[in-house]
Structure formats: structure tokens, C-alpha cells
Design a protein around this ligand. Structure first.
Ligand SMILES: NC(=O)c1ccc[n+]([C@@H]2O[C@H](COP(=O)([O-])OP(=O)(O)OC[C@H]3O[C@@H](n4cnc5c(N)ncnc54)[C@H](OP(=O)(O)O)[C@@H]3O)[C@@H](O)[C@H]2O)c1
Length: 241
């Protein structure tokens, strides 16, 4: 599908990669972008960049009522960007179980809540697309972020699990697997990071070209190459980090 004249909804739109998605969508001619955030106040500046096209929306992806209301309000969406996410540095064996649950609740169940609520909306606005922002740790666990890795692996499985059914309804489901990106989430990671814009632009290119799986930055492409040829080597590489 084309980005030009599309009507998109971006979760976690107030900062980081989500904000970069909104900016890239506007640059590429989206007719309307619902910028969804838990705190609509945090969207004020972004809305001011294009008040005629950016519609602020209060949305917590873990809250069923909030998700249902968003699907009712944004009934013209043909491009859903499931971007909202959280990351806790937790050890699976000794870390805070509440934080491990929060990663799963947001990154897996949050995405599932959005997919279930918006599938009927997208189906009435075809050709349509859903972009699920995953991670390179969807492919193998990085033990220092073991809970997050599990949630992103689950989100990858969810993406695969809905793809065929939705494609039969005219909805393309895209997965994006970023490496480290320069946002608040990766603030404490001391390694080279790509820009949020790179992720947004590569993801929108994938929507236009119909590419199912996208590795938007140099580290992601390296990880993909290792995983494709030797998944055990990737497991060992991440375990050593
Ligand atoms: N940065 C990286 O290195 C990296 C790498 C791979 C994948 N990713 C993925 O990319 C996506 C965006 O991450 P980011 O780097 O932009 O992180 P970020 O700067 O920390 O932003 C996360 C966004 O998600 C929102 N969010 C969190 N929980 C939410 C909930 N329950 N409901 C609605 N929104 C919620 C946050 O809203 P608040 O402002 O209200 O907290 C914020 O807008 C995530 O899915 C992340 O896992 C990031």
C-alpha cells in the first residue's frame, strides 16, 4: 500500500521511534495520523507541527477499554503501527517478576490487544497494513534483558500467527526487527545506535514494497545474517553479552 493519503495510527507516538514514525508519515503524505499516547499532553508539540493532520489520541495498549475506544474513534485507519513498548533490564532467574510481567503485558498482550481491536477496522479500509515493531532479541534471547527478549519473541510469534488470516482480508502484516536505536529506551546501552528515523523510514519502505520482515539498521542486518545461517551462534553471541 501507499503511504501517500493513508490514515495511520502510531502507538507510543510521543517520543522515540513512535515520534519518528509520525514525522516520516507526515513527510510522505499521510492524510491523517492518529498520534496515540498514554499522556496526550506529551503530544502537544508534535500536534503543532501539522495540526490539520495529526490527531492526538489517549491510548494505553494494556487497557482494554482504552484500546476499544481508540478503535471506535480511529475507524478510518488503514495503517496501524504497533510501536509502543517497554524494556526492563531484568535477569529471568533473579529479576523483579513484576517488571518481567510488565514487559510481557505491554510488548506482547498490548500488541495483541491492538491487533484484535483493529483487525476489523483495517478490514473495512483495505488495502491496509499493520507494522509490528519487534527487535533483534525476538530472534534470540539476550539474558541481560531476558524478560524483554521473551516478550519480543512472543510478539514475533503473534505477528506470524495472524499474518495469513489478515492477508486474506487485504491486510499486510509487517515485522520490523531493530537493533539498538538512539532513544530513551536504549539510553543505558553503551554501543553504536541507529537513529529512530532510520527505523521509521525503512518500515514505511517495507509497507510500500510489501516486504514482510525488515532489518532497518546495520546491527539488525548483521544479526539477521548470523541467525539465517547459524541460529545457535546468535544464541551464544547474545548470551555472552
Ligand atoms: N530503542 C531501541 O534500541 C529499540 C530496539 C529494538 C526495538 N525497539 C522497540 O521500538 C519500540 C519503540 O521504542 P523506543 O526506543 O522509541 O522507546 P521509548 O523512547 O522508551 O518510547 C516508548 C514509547 O512506548 C510508549 N508506551 C509504553 N508503554 C505503553 C502503554 N502501555 N501504552 C501505550 N504506550 C506505551 C511510551 O509512552 P510513555 O511516554 O507514556 O512512557 C513511549 O511513547 C518499542 O516497541 C521497542 O521495544 C526499540
Amino acid at each position: 500500500m501507499k503511504i501517500d493519503k493513508s490514515t495511520a495510527l502510531v502507538t507510543g507516538a510521543n517520543r522515540g521511534i513512535g515520534r519518528a514514525f509520525v514525522e516520516a508519515l507526515l513527510e510522505q503524505g499521510a492524510a491523517r495520523v492518529y498520534a496515540a499516547a498514554r499522556q496526550p499532553d506529551s503530544l502537544t508539540e508534535l500536534v503543532q507541527t501539522a495540526p490539520d493532520r495529526v490527531v492526538p489520541l489517549k491510548l494505553d495498549v494494556t487497557d482494554h477499554e482504552s484500546v476499544a475506544l481508540a478503535a471506535e474513534t480511529a475507524s478510518d485507519v488503514d495503517l496501524l503501527i504497533n510501536n509502543a513498548g517497554v524494556l526492563a533490564f531484568t535477569d529471568l532467574l533473579t529479576g523483579d517478576l513484576d517488571l518481567i510481567r510488565r514487559d510481557m503485558e505491554t510488548n506482547y498482550y498490548g500488541m495483541l490487544n491492538m491487533a484484535r481491536a483493529f483487525a476489523p477496522v483495517l478490514a473495512t479500509n483495505t488495502p491496509a497494513a499493520m507494522v509490528n515493531v519487534l527487535s533483534v532479541v525476538s530472534l534470540a534471547s539476550m539474558p541481560m534483558i531476558g524478560g524483554y527478549s521473551a516478550s519480543k519473541a512472543a510478539a514475533f510469534s503473534l505477528t506470524q500467527g495472524i499474518r495469513k488470516r489478515l492477508s486474506e482480508q487485504g491486510i499486510a502484516v509487517h515485522a520490523v526487527f531493530p537493533g539498538p536505536i538512539d532513544t530513551d529506551m536504549a539510553r543505558d546501552l553503551d554501543m553504536p545506535k541507529a537513529s529512530p528515523r532510520d527505523v521509521a523510514v525503512a518500515s514505511l519502505e517495507a509497507v510500500e514494497s510489501g516486504t514482510q520482515d525488515t532489518f532497518p539498521d546495520p546491527m539488525a542486518r548483521e544479526v539477521h545474517s548470523t541467525w539465517s545461517s547459524d541460529p545457535k551462534a546468535l544464541e551464544m553471541q547474545f548470551a555472552a553479552m
